[in-house]
Design a protein around this ligand. Structure first.
Ligand code: IPT
Length: 947
């Protein structure tokens, strides 16, 4: 059997060991290599391994890279399904094969003797030669392989050849939900290995929270000594346990002690974090304290380079996470570049380090033939977990080992768990697919509903083993498109039940690939089978701009919560370890969103899990609606954010809007020149619709219930998709029947019945217009008629105004978008934005940009003319240069072309977002059911600016 289709692990490599650098010479072989892609193994050129092979006609390719992103072949995306016939261990004979060649010289001072060639990641299978000698074969795309090469090296003209196959038997074990991309996508390094050096080491650094003592013991070679200058440790025999008082490591306070391990021949810098992971009383604890995991699932992704990610990109992820209150990462679904874990140690993130394993494509086949229970794959499974654990064992941030993802269950997984327990008893084992929890230490679920979490929290599980374990959601809150909704209710459950220890949002980043003017997803590269935009489900856009979902999550999981009422300001510390001494508290009183007075708040340090109440500052009285905002921010800069970075905030309404002034007399309705005139408005006498307002031509406002469906509206995980029900009901094509236009006296009353074609149900919509000086009041009464089969996407008005009204200002919720079940992150204030910037550029266009709890909004042209819209008391709005139908029809952001008009939605209610694209639907309290509703808006034309 060819090595390509051999289910066994690769061969020829050295036993796995920790990832580390030392003072021994190292030579990076990253850079420009020669490259040639062949469409099949059989079509690949013969003799590439020979020194004298002529590659001068080949292309150049950067290493590390993924060749499909450099013009060779094309990316392809599938989630669960294998893109090739399921015929293990066979793969297509049309197996793209990339030959990579590098000629390199050794530095002049390169020492003679042993040397190791290290590959940090080759996707999916590589055969390697150095100077004509075959070194072996790698499999396990996201795992390192090292080869002994010392005797083969020469000072000049070394020829390194790597033949990489896109598909191999190992592809059956690497069916993660991501792009199929190939190549040498992580670093290649040559490492001199001095005789008498440090081959491998394992720093075990425990912390005893009852004594405040740390114990360090290093498993390594015999003559290694440990130096930890900060702790006064000098030349301590590394293997001899040493106990001394230390500051512990935690994600909140990532204390690392710098030191060295050395022998006469080699010196290895180490950074040691003291911490102890345990499971006690059904809780996952570190240093004796239960954790609440406020996590994300992170894939490695860059919109230009795919899974070849730079250190800057890794750091960008870590900083963004820390700044958004994220405290944990699951490395879904493979060990990341080792540098990422060093950043987690340094900046402080709890990590579930997941093995490179997923066989999800057997799921649709009812798991028949699943590798997890086939003996021929056992060695590959064990090889993968060994390489994971050995590589990352020194990372204090890693607190759990995960066997992999979505590989069902089976003996091979149980054997992996057994191996881990034996090798590293200090970290519990995670694997979601072991539903009975027979070989894992944590009860883990994906996308469990709130109800299920509640049941688990109440320990009503009938499986007693599972019932007594800590519970986490390794995936929840599917962040596809606009959403997720319902995170607040998850948080409440996690906080109510001590065994529910949080979870990891699916997922961190949209895997969109930069392609012309937009980000591409599945199907955009002509794939035969693909899963469309299911790969666009992150909290940050492909370019790492935070999406509203991340802003919302940051607010939900804020480590300090501030709530105020008339009796004072309550500050609650939701950190798991630290007190609030590193924070400063400030307040500001705003009247209609304009700061009136501000100050600092003296808050004594609050311990983890505790809260305190401090008195309200004395506040001047204000004439308009005013709010007190209190925020907690970093008192001084941290490595991940500047001083002043806000970690939590709360708001208190201080004074309500004043009673409205007595209204001026009502203006009359009159008819002239085929028009109905009322105050600043002109109306069509036949339909009763507004046509001009203060001289601006307008369309509408008319009753509307449609929104461009979101991924969650279309989601299939919570029963029949809401979007299907709406469409079947015909809510996207309502017809408006005018019953009466009553224009006598001081009111224009337009009675209509609004209903979809072919359906017996509908909504009566009565519009009552009244003019008061320059203002028009619209009272809308909506009464359902007949029996409605479904919820409504939204309820309100649609209206179009001239495109010159391109600036918005409002007093209400902001600055970002909000929906009923995703609105914790908006505060009441005054905000402004261009109409263009009100749009959230979801990679797959859909409903977005709704501003909520708006008291008033102004839309203006550059000269100041425009429209002032006020709610009685509030409304929601969107403003876009396209219609909801355009938004619904668009497939990529650049399909949306600005038109002549600005289209407004002015709403009284919205259906929630939920998470049905992969999870529960909209919770009952956020479902919008047709019911009798009244809603009042005021319209006032704005004159040109005074100057
Ligand atoms: C779950 C997968 O683990 C994850 O990789 C991703 O595909 C996610 O779904 C959806 O985006 S598995 C699913 C069957 C719940």
């Amino acid at each position: 059997m060819s090595y390509v289709e051999d289910p066994a692990p690769g061969h020829g490599s050295l036993p796995p060991r920790a990832a580390f650098v030392s003072d021994a010479p190292a030579l990076s072989l990253n850079g420009t290599w020669r490259f040639r892609l062949s469409p099949a193994v059989a079509a690949a050129p013969a003799g590439v391994e020979r020194d004298d092979f002529d590659d001068s006609a080949w292309d150049e390719l950067p290493v590390p890279s993924m060749w499909q992103l450099h013009g060779h072949g094309r990316p392809a995306y599938t989630n669960v399904q294998y893109p090739f016939p399921v015929d293990p261990p066979h793969v297509p004979s049309g197996n793209p094969t990339g030959d990579h060649r590098l000629r390199f010289d050794l530095p002049a001072d390169w020492p003679a003797g042993p040397a190791v060639l290290r590959f940090d990641g080759i996707d999916s299978c590589g055969r390697i030669w150095l100077n004509g000698t075959e070194l072996g074969v790698t499999k396990g795309s996201r795992l390192p392989s090292e080869f002994e090469v010392g005797p083969l090296l020469r000072p000049h003209g070394n020829v390194l050849v790597v033949r990489v196959h896109q598909w191999s038997a190992a592809s059956y074990l690497e069916d993660q939900d991501m792009w199929w991309l190939s190549g040498i996508f992580r670093s290649v390094t040559l490492l001199a290995r001095p005789d008498g050096g440090i081959g491998d080491y394992w720093v075990r650094a425990d912390y005893d929270h009852t004594t405040g003592q740390g114990t360090v013991r290093v498993e390594t070679g015999p003559d290694v000594v440990l130096d930890l200058p900060e702790l006064g440790v000098t030349a301590h025999p590394a293997g001899v346990p040493l106990t001394l008082p230390v500051e512990p490591w935690s994600a909140e306070s990532p204390r690392l002690y710098e030191g060295t391990l050395s022998t006469a021949a080699e010196r290895v810098p180490v950074r040691i974090g003291f911490r102890t992971v345990s499971i006690e009383d059904g809780q996952l604890k570190v240093n004796g304290r239960p954790l609440l995991l406020r996590g994300v699932n992170r894939h490695e992704h860059d919109p230009h380079t795919g899974r070849a990610v730079s250190r800057e990109t890794m750091l960008a992820d870590v900083l963004l996470m820390k700044r958004h209150n994220v405290n944990a990462v699951r490395t879904s679904h493979y060990p990341p570049d080792p540098a990422f874990l060093e950043l987690c140690d340094e900046y402080g993130l709890w990590v579930i380090d997941e093995c490179d394993l997923e066989t999800h494509g057997f799921g649709p086949l009812e798991w028949a033939g699943n590798p997890s229970s086939e003996p021929m794959w056992l060695e590959a499974y064990l090889d993968r977990i060994r390489r994971t654990v050995e590589r990352d064992k020194n990372r204090p941030s890693v607190i759990l080992w995960s066997l992999g993802n979505e590989s069902h269950t089976g003996e091979n997984l149980a054997r992996m768990a057994e191996w881990v327990r034996h090798r590293d008893p200090t970290r519990p084992v995670h694997y979601e697919g072991d539903h009975e929890c027979s070989y894992v230490d944590i009860h883990s679920r994906m996308y469990a509903t709130h109800e299920d979490v509640e049941r688990i929290g109440r320990r009503e599980d009938d499986n007693s083993r599972r019932r007594d374990l800590p519970f986490i959601q390794c995936e929840y809150g599917h962040a596809m498109g606009n959403g997720p909704g319902g995170l607040l209710e998850y948080r409440e459950l996690f906080e109510r039940y001590p065994n529910c220890q949080g979870g990891f949002i699916w997922e961190w980043i949209d895997h969109g690939l930069a392609d012309g003017g937009h980000f591409a997803y599945g199907g955009d590269f002509g794939e035969t089978i693909h899963d469309g935009n299911f790969v666009i489900d992150g909290l940050v856009f492909p370019d790492r701009t935070p999406s509203p979902g991340l802003v919302e999550y940051a607010k939900i999981i804020e480590p300090v919560r501030i709530a105020a009422d008339a009796s004072g300001i309550r500050v609650s510390n939701h950190y798991d370890f630290v007190d609030t001494a590193h924070l400063k508290f400030g307040w500001v009183l705003e009247e209609e969103g304009i700061a009136v007075v501000q100050g600092v708040l003296d808050v004594p340090a609050v311990q983890s899990g505790q809260s305190t109440v401090v008195p309200l500052p004395s506040l001047p009285s204000t004439a308009g609606e005013s709010w007190l905002t209190v925020s907690a921010s970093l008192a001084s800069a941290t490595p991940w954010a500047p001083a002043g970075h806000v970690v939590g905030w709360g708001q208190l309404p201080v004074s309500a809007a004043p009673e409205a002034a007595p209204l001026p007399p009502r203006g009359p309705v009159f008819r002239t020149g085929g028009k109905l005139l009322l105050g600043a408005g002109e109306f069509d006498p036949l339909t009763g619709t507004l046509t001009t307002l203060g001289g601006h031509p307008v369309e509408g406002p008319r009753l509307d219930v449609w929104r461009a469906t979101t991924d969650n509206d279309r989601g299939e995980f919570a029963g029949r998709p809401e979007a299907d029900q709406w469409r079947e009901a015909g809510l996207h094509r309502l017809q408006h029947r005018v019953i009466t236009v009553d224009a006598d006296g001081e009111e224009l009353v337009v009675r209509t019945r609004v209903a979809p074609p072919a359906q017996p149900f509908g909504l009566f919509a009565d519009y009552t217009w009244t003019a008061f000086a320059d203002r028009l009041r619209l009272r809308l009464e909506v009464t359902p008629d007949g029996s409605w089969p479904c919820t409504l996407p939204r309820l309100g008005l649609t209206m179009a105004v001239p495109g010159t009204l391109g600036s918005a200002e409002w007093f209400g919720g902001g600055p970002g978008e909000a929906y009923p079940d995703s609105r914790q992150s908006v505060r009441i204030g005054r905000f402004s934005s261009s109409v263009d910037a009100l749009q959230t550029p979801y990679v797959f266009p859909q409903e977005n940009g709704n501003r909520t709890a708006v008291r008033w909004a102004r839309l203006t042209a550059p000269d100041g003319t425009g429209l002032h819209i006020a709610g009685e008391p509030q409304f929601d709005f969107t403003a876009r240069r396209w219609t909801a139908a355009d938004l619904e029809a668009a497939r990529h952001t650049d399909d949306l072309v600005p038109g002549e008009l600005v289209h407004l939605t002015l709403d009284v209610a919205h259906h929630g977002l939920g998470s049905a694209s992969c999870g529960p639907g909209v919770l009952p309290q956020y479902r919008l059911l047709p019911q009798k509703t009244a809603f009042t808006l005021w319209f006032r034309p704005l004159p040109a600016d005074a100057d």
